[in-house]
Design a protein around this ligand. Sequence first.
Ligand SMILES: CSC[C@H]1O[C@H](OP(=O)(O)O)[C@H](O)[C@@H]1O
Length: 352
Amino acid sequence: MKTLAWEHHALQLLDQTRLPGEERYLCCTRWQEVRDAIRILAVRGAPAIGVAAAYAMVLAARDIAADEPDKTQFEIRLAEAGRGLDGARPTAVNLHWAVQQQMNLARRALSSHTVAETVELLEQGACTIERDDAEMDRRIGRYGAGELGKSRQPLTILTHCNAGALATAGIGTALGVIRTLHSQGLVRQVYADETRPLLQGARLTVTELMDDHIPVTLITDNMAAWVMKTKGIDAVVVGADRIAANGDTANKIGTYGVAVLARAHNVPFYVAAPASTFDLTIPDGAAIPIEERNHDEVRSLGGIVATRPDVDVFNPAFDVTPHDYITGIITEKGVIHHPDDAILATFFRKEG
Ligand SMILES: CSC[C@H]1O[C@H](OP(=O)(O)O)[C@H](O)[C@@H]1O
């Protein structure tokens, strides 16, 4: 089961809205189909959305090139497709990052290559983004296992939502850490929040961990406090969708609550994310756009309406955990302990 597969003429996307019951792929030959798949969370997870968008830019470039435009028209129309993709979901910065990476590549290429050559270079660029994401997951896994596994004793870990292979092009970020710890015999038990309203934990994280024979217990989101109090949680590790310059981190709704509980129970709280998830253009979490989604997602459960159909609903898909609740951010370049703006500025200046 792969999150996505590039087949040169099409992008195959695993339709995650049908998991765990059905493994069905969407065959996308037009960039608009990828945009729509992102919107409905058929493909989801910040890094995976970025990789899908990178390939969608190739599909767009091919469509545009078929009209034999001049270079200026090609760039204008490609940028228009990029804006369309960028607007599919506002919070995960990886989407915007990947679109900009491909646009920058196209602009550089057009200065010395034909449109047709530029399309080929965009395909190579997308393949590089996918390959790099998988390698970053491996490095995040190693750094994270080194950080969480210092005691060399098996750990009981809590995670929220899905930051696994289904959210990336590799082994996952938070689940990459858990997978690496498990390969070292250092996972006693994982507690997975179901993650209402779309149940990424129950549907996706449970699937991934059980398929890999990693011991996992599913809990409802409102059980996290009692689990931390009674089950000896050694650490929390979650993913991220956008990290501001001071370390404030946007992640799936409910993450902030888990961070507050972790502080109350003196449990280390880690975020696992590649450098492409940092948005150093924004100073703090207040500036991170929070996607609000369809109200029926909250009104129903498994497609069955569970309340009055006309009840008012608040459905933010993400929340922001303040940086001072975060023990460390695990990246492919190392662990950033107790992140704040000064520490992040030094980290990225050193890393280049
Ligand atoms: C590898 S981080 C993935 C990140 O994305 C998820 O959100 P969604 O399922 O809505 O795309 C969640 O916030 C995860 O932590």
